[in-house]
Design a protein around this ligand. Structure first.
Ligand SMILES: Nc1ncnc2c1ncn2[C@@H]1O[C@H](COP(=O)(O)OS(=O)(=O)O)[C@@H](OP(=O)(O)O)[C@H]1O
Ligand SMILES: Nc1ncnc2c1ncn2[C@@H]1O[C@H](COP(=O)(O)OP(=O)(O)O)[C@@H](O)[C@H]1O
Length: 192
């Protein structure tokens, strides 16, 4: 299974991907988090934040996710993933791709601003640190029309969001999904 997150910077992608991975690992489900920040620094050093580069980034990470997924590893793409067109392309290219939209109001994101990116959009046009293409503020973000799961991280706690996503993954795993212990099978969890 491939979980493609989409959501603005600070919406909670890294936090929730990590929580979900921990929760699912306890149930024997193997998870790989394909985090935009990390994988860009390893596999996407040539890519910036133009539309073409963001599209290429998601295509590369989608392919990688499909390889993990083919080997029984739930791949969580923890990326902004701003374009409906590319999200749909992934859904049509690979098996069992689910889109999870992590929504959060800009007001809350400006308050969180853990990386200081949002305040840089408020600088004067000619300031050297001015950020002119932050997704959702002054760069394109297509809100998904009908995601498989919608979560508003400004209205729910981290724990509630983590439970919702982990529950969604478990519900959507194939009944013969391979668990880490060779003797365990997903069907075996159904009597919980
Ligand atoms: N202009 C601009 N817009 C958005 N994000 C920016 C930008 N510049 C740098 N960053 C940092 O890059 C991280 C997002 O990378 P992604 O690979 O997820 O982006 S994308 O899906 O290709 O659009 C993003 O990480 P998160 O904050 O975890 O979302 C930012 O730290
Ligand atoms: N419901 C929530 N879900 C996820 N993160 C939350 C939530 N509420 C508050 N936060 C906080 O918001 C921030 C999200 O940061 P991060 O996970 O790095 O986002 P992203 O990876 O989308 O940039 C963290 O400081 C986290 O503690």
């Amino acid at each position: 299974m491939i979980i493609q997150f989409c959501g603005l910077s600070g919406a909670g992608k890294t936090t929730l991907a990590t929580g979900v991975k921990n929760q699912l690992s306890e149930k024997g489900v193997r998870v790989e988090i394909i985090d935009g920040d990390l994988y860009r620094s390893k596999l996407g050093k040539d890519l910036g934040f133009s539309k073409a580069d963001r599209q290429e980034n998601i295509r590369r990470l989608g392919f990688l996710a499909s390889r993990f997924s083919a080997h029984g590893i739930v791949s969580i793409m923890s990326v902004i993933n701003p374009y409906e067109e590319i999200r749909t392309e992934l859904v049509n290219s690979y098996e069992n791709v689910k889109t999870i939209y992590l929504d959060c109001s800009l007001e809350t994101l400006f308050q969180r601003d853990t990386k200081g990116l949002y305040k840089r959009t408020l600088l004067p046009e000619d300031h050297p640190d001015k950020l002119k293409n932050l997704t959702g503020v002054n760069d394109q973000f297509d809100r998904p029309d009908c995601p498989d799961l919608y979560i508003n991280t400004g209205l729910k706690t981290i724990s509630e969001c983590t439970d919702d996503i982990a529950g969604f993954v478990l519900q959507n795993l194939d009944s013969d999904f391979p668990l880490r212990s060779e003797t365990m099978h997903f069907k075996g969890l159904s009597n919980e």
